[in-house]
Ligand binder design. Structure first.
Ligand code: NIG
Ligand code: FE
Length: 444
């Protein structure tokens, strides 16, 4: 592109509200131009433009490249200038595994664990998922919605623009339906700053009322809950907790197949607490994602690498549970598996909304490079939600889901850990969070 003929003075006259011009970024991370999902060496290719710019028009990306290549168009469109000097501009985080909707907290479980009890011991003593389920059953839909909206403000402030949301604290057909409806209302809510993708986590824990009648519960899930969710399009994915103390491979296979038959795409909590064979099941049912994967065999890693199933790693739950063993991320990436990262935001095992902290954990505890972690938390995560045609990278024609980070080098996002570097979040071309003016710039 030839350099613009007019001056490079920023446009200040009544900007066009439908056009944003992110200009002069120290680094623009486009993540463009390679096969999706990213595997092996491609995972670390961020497509960096220095002195980068991005033009968003009517919610979409009209151009991404160098500032001098785009500024004349931006001026012609009277785009609002966003000064990104000394900053990194990148795609919004795609958090592909959350349990956003719940009531109360599990801070008592947390303290019990600090005193020595394990997650599984607390769960079998009536704490854990069943405790949250009791609180969800007692809460009004309005209260659930309000709590989730508050968290969504925090997600957006930390740079997340899309989040998957699971049910799973209903633990009976009626309360699961209540959760599905709350998630649906949240998605359409004018104050929701993050796009939501609903997943029916139908088999999460056996409800206390069904103790000794496992099959009856699964029959209710298969015959009533799944058809209800599918017919009303209240869920896009179906998930199960396939693990020791939760549901067996055979039980999860029944549930996932019933969901898939009605158009819900499987994803699966697998091999978090023990290796039970969930990965193989995920591959067998063509799951979009297999999540956690802390206990994998060498054969599981090879099978994942050959498959289309994304390996979604959730180091926040290892961190919070104090489990020193993390998923074998390096071996998965080096074998060629498509790896994604997510928060697993939930009250029991990972109460964090901040994908930036997940990047830090992925680097420190699982030896990803900062570049690999960013790609896993954006483009590959979008792929696991079957949305990478529209989001996850900054390429012309895609949705303008953009964040501005107050660092001059993307590697500093995980390096300065447990901070929030995000100073602007734009979802579909709309500014949903901004503290550009009061941010303290960190250029060192
Ligand atoms: O992904 N493992 C199962 N589900 C969640 C935990 C849910 C909870 O403890 O409330 C997870 O870690
Ligand atoms: Fe989870």
């Amino acid at each position: 592109m030839s350099p613009p003929k007019s001056s490079s003075r920023p446009n200040t006259s009544s900007p066009n509200p439908a056009a944003l011009f992110f200009r002069d970024a120290e680094q623009l991370l486009t993540l463009g131009g390679r096969t999706v999902p990213r595997r092996g060496r491609d995972l670390g290719e961020l497509g960096i433009a220095r002195g980068g710019a991005l033009l968003a028009v009517d919610g979409k990306i009209a151009g991404a490249g160098r500032t001098r290549e785009l500024e004349s168009t931006a001026r012609r469109l009277k785009a609002r200038n966003i000064d990104c000097r000394g900053r990194v501009v990148m795609p919004g985080f795609v958090d592909s595994h959350t349990h956003l909707v719940f009531a109360g907290s599990r801070v008592d479980d947390y303290v019990k664990r600090l005193e020595g009890a394990t997650y599984e011991e607390i769960a079998s003593a009536g704490g854990g998922i069943r405790l949250t389920a009791r609180l969800v059953a007692e809460a009004s839909p309005r209260a659930l919605l309000r709590q989730a909206l508050g968290f969504l403000d925090e997600f957006a402030a930390c740079g997340t623009t899309t989040a998957e949301v699971k049910t799973g604290y209903g633990l009976d057909v009626e309360t699961e339906i209540k959760m599905l409806r709350v998630i649906h209302q949240l998605s359409a809510h004018p104050d929701a700053k993050v796009e939501l993708v609903p997943t029916l986590l139908a088999a999460h824990a056996l409800p206390a009322a069904f103790e000794g009648r496992r099959k009856d519960y699964l029959d209710a899930v298969i015959n009533r809950l799944i058809p209800f969710a599918a017919a009303r399009k209240l869920a896009r994915f179906i998930d199960c907790f396939c693990d020791r103390g939760a549901f067996s491979v055979a039980e999860c296979q029944r549930v996932l197949s019933a969901g898939a038959a009605l158009g819900l795409v499987p994803r699966l909590h697998a091999e978090q607490l023990a290796r039970t064979g969930g990965t193989r099941l995920a591959l067998q049912v063509g799951a979009a994602s297999a999540d956690h994967l802390d206990h994998l065999t060498a054969a599981d890693i090879r099978a994942l690498a050959r498959s289309e199933t994304v390996a979604t790693l959730l180091p926040g739950s290892n961190f919070h549970l104090g489990i020193r063993r993390y998923a074998p991320a390096r071996r998965l990436i080096d074998a060629g598996a498509a790896v994604a990262l997510a928060t697993d935001f939930n009250p029991g095992t990972s109460p964090t909304v901040n994908m930036q902290f997940i990047l830090s954990l992925a680097c420190a505890a699982m030896h990803l490079t900062p570049a690999e972690a960013i790609c896993a938390a954006t483009l590959n995560a979008a792929h696991s939600l079957r949305m990478s045609e529209r989001i996850g990278s900054l390429e012309r024609g895609k949705q303008a889901d953009v964040i501005v980070m107050d660092v001059d080098d993307y590697r500093k996002i995980p390096y300065y850990f447990a901070s929030n570097h995000c100073v602007m979040t734009v979802k579909g071309g709309r500014i949903v969070h901004s503290r550009l003016d009061d941010a303290r710039r960190r250029r060192v």
